[in-house]
Design a protein around this ligand. Structure first.
Ligand SMILES: C[S@@+](CC[C@H](N)C(=O)[O-])C[C@H]1O[C@@H](n2cnc3c(N)ncnc32)[C@H](O)[C@@H]1O
Length: 298
């Protein structure tokens, strides 16, 4: 298979691809599970090595990504349009195990670039931010109906804003409701923190926070980790790429628990320290904050 040419907004360059291949060492005949298949960049490279498509499963909760992944289905790859915790639960119930499991967390470039998906404040669009548009909770619903305290908590915890900044932003949101577009929200925040701009746009952290809340991203990561040993064959490898410290902290903690479990450990950690995008993927700007951790099933 070869990567097909897509228009520019479809461009997603897989992050830490060489490092991932080197660590997980896919072999001819091995089975592959991609829990965040996106646009199939990692899948394409792994399946070129394993050479078997029929034992491969690609998961994504984004309908648009699934559409792009349909090129794999023609070759016998199984596609699952659901969140990865539900997919993993289903696969475990079916008794399926894999030689390689890949998780590349976060959003894809196309999700960020398409203004109608509402992830970006650079290109204004409806306040949406749902990776899976079948779900009820959107950013618009959250922003316009959450209590001020809940907004403060979200902006503090998931955006890692200071308590005073989080309170200021939440109060401004509550006062300005209803908000409809990402542009309106970004302007409101920029106005609120006027004169206090650092290196990043003042809305960056709030947008990250809302996205994490809308998609329950940290709950998903926390729930998938203990399922990984059940999805792996003995000697099977898992790679996890995270993009911010909140995600990486959960992976790091789980791996540390495995290490501390001694004879009861199910995974052996392959990365004493994570491989970071700034060192191992210097040409991809998206990889700058990426961290790759990997483990093997004992
Ligand atoms: C960074 S992109 C993956 C890109 C992919 N590795 C590639 O090379 O094309 C992350 C993808 O994971 C999906 N995703 C994120 N969290 C998910 C979850 N909890 N369940 C299923 N899919 C998820 C997103 O919809 C997005 O398409």
């Amino acid at each position: 298979m070869s990567i097909k040419a897509h228009p520019p907004h479809d461009l997603h360059i897989p992050v830490l691809l060489d490092a991932t291949l080197e660590l997980l060492k896919p072999q001819k005949g091995e089975s592959y599970l991609d829990l965040t298949a996106g646009y199939g960049g990692h899948a394409e490279a792994f399946l070129a090595k394993t050479e078997v498509q029929t034992s491969a499963t690609l998961v994504d909760r984004d309908e648009y990504a699934i559409g792009k992944l349909s090129r794999f289905a023609d070759n016998g790859v199984k596609l699952l349009h659901t969140d990865f915790v539900s997919a993993a639960t289903e696969l475990i119930e079916q008794g399926k195990t894999f030689d390689i499991v890949m998780i590349d967390l976060g959003v894809s470039s196309p999700q960020l670039d398409q203004s109608e998906r509402g992830f970006s404040f650079k290109n204004s669009g409806p306040l949406d931010m749902r990776m899976d548009r079948r779900q009820e909770l959107s950013a618009e619903k959250l922003v316009n109906t959450a209590k001020a305290d809940e907004l403060v908590r979200i902006i503090r915890e998931y955006g890692e804003e200071s308590p005073s900044q989080a309170k200021r932003i939440a109060a401004a949101i509550v006062k300005a409701r209803p908000l409809k577009t990402t542009g309106e929200l970004a302007d409101l925040i920029a106005h609120e923190v006027r004169g206090k701009w650092g290196k990043i746009h003042p809305a960056t952290r709030t947008f990250q926070a809302l996205r994490i809340a809308v998609n329950q991203e940290l709950q998903q990561v926390e729930s998938i980790l203990p399922l990984l040993p059940k999805l792996l064959k003995k000697g099977g490898r898992v790679g996890i790429i995270s993009f911010h410290s909140l995600e990486d902290r959960l992976v790091k903690r789980y791996f540390a628990e495995q290490k501390a479990a001694g004879f009861e450990a199910e995974l052996q950690i392959l990365t004493k320290k994570p491989l970071d995008g700034a060192t191992y993927d210097v040409h991809n700007p998206r990889a700058r904050s990426a961290k790759l951790r990997a483990a093997v099933k004992i």
